[in-house]
Design a protein around this ligand. Structure first.
Ligand code: NAP
Length: 259
């Protein structure tokens, strides 16, 4: 199926690895030119080179911390006019509700709520003027069902979800479509890092920790960045114009809910 977005320009934040990389790759596979970002320049440039080589699209790289004002300013300057925005950043660290202080919440809110909001605020007006735009925010399954050790994520992402619910309905009439993608467990560095913590805390090997977590997923496995990226590309397509302000869960059935 031709998604009808060849030649569009996308800013994909935090995209040298993992889910962001999956989204960048599948947009490129559909002919979208990219502005890619991550903090580490080496992995970012390597990923960009692989995408250029595979799909022949233009790729601009901006090494910067997207969660800082200075980093965002640099990324937005390089991005210029974009048709598609995929927001993403690293997730907050795990912990326990007794331990988090105000500063921990401020960091999580900055990274996982206020950064995507600032990016939307900067880029939505141009998309609305041009009459077409797509925004996909990478959030988490923790929006649908809280994950006990990820209270900082549960909180910050719930705030972003409320903002998107209200804002998406104010811009859809101008052809600008905003949705959230909610990853369950996917095989990325982030998942390995969380599994490593669990393995150390419970005295099992990393492999055992991963097998135990995979067994909690009805699909019986972790998701892949490629599957995630393909869903993102569809939400950025010409065919997604009637999907407004939704929270789409990709979790292999892990969240046990009827709706
Ligand atoms: P990942 O494999 O660790 O990749 C994170 C990517 O983001 C890397 O390219 C990293 O590059 C970049 N990045 C991190 N912090 C950044 C920052 N401040 N500014 C710019 N780039 C940054 O993570 P992932 O698994 O793809 O997860 C992506 C998001 O989905 C996270 O918010 C995570 O919490 C959420 N999520 C993931 C899962 C899962 O199972 N994987 C499940 C639920 C939610 P640099 O380090 O070089 O900056």
């Amino acid at each position: 199926m031709d998604l009808g977005i060849s030649g569009k320009r996308a800013l994909v934040c935090a995209s040298s690895k993992g889910l962001g990389r999956g989204c960048a790759t599948m947009l490129a596979a559909n002919g979208v030119n990219l502005v890619m970002n991550a903090r580490g320049a080496e992995a970012l440039n390597q990923t960009a080179a692989e995408i250029r080589e595979a799909y022949g699209v233009e790729v601009v790289t901006v090494p910067a911390d997207i969660t800082t004002d200075a980093g965002r300013a640099e990324v937005l300057k390089a991005a210029g006019e974009v048709d598609i925005l995929v927001t993403n950043a690293g997730g907050p660290p795990p912990g326990s509700w007794q331990d988090w202080e105000r500063e921990d919440f401020i960091k999580a809110l900055d990274a996982n709520m206020l950064t995507p909001i600032a990016l939307m605020k900067a880029l939505l007006p141009g998309m609305m003027d041009r009459g077409w735009g797509r925004v996909v925010n990478i959030t988490s399954q923790s929006v649908k069902a809280p994950i006990a050790v990820l209270g900082l994520s549960n909180s910050a992402r719930a705030g972003l979800t409320g903002y998107v619910a209200g804002t998406s309905r104010q811009v859809a009439g101008k052809g600008v479509i905003i949705n959230n993608l909610l990853p369950g467990i996917h095989a990325t560095d982030r998942a390995v890092s969380l599994d490593t913590t669990v393995a150390a805390q419970t005295g099992v090997t990393l492999e055992e920790a991963m097998d135990r977590r995979a067994a909690t997923i009805p699909a019986g496995r972790y998701g892949t960045a490629e599957e995630f990226g393909a869903t993102c590309a569809f939400l950025c397509s010409q065919y997604a114009g009637f999907i407004v302000g939704q929270n789409i869960l990709l979790d292999g059935g892990a969240t046990n809910a009827t709706l």
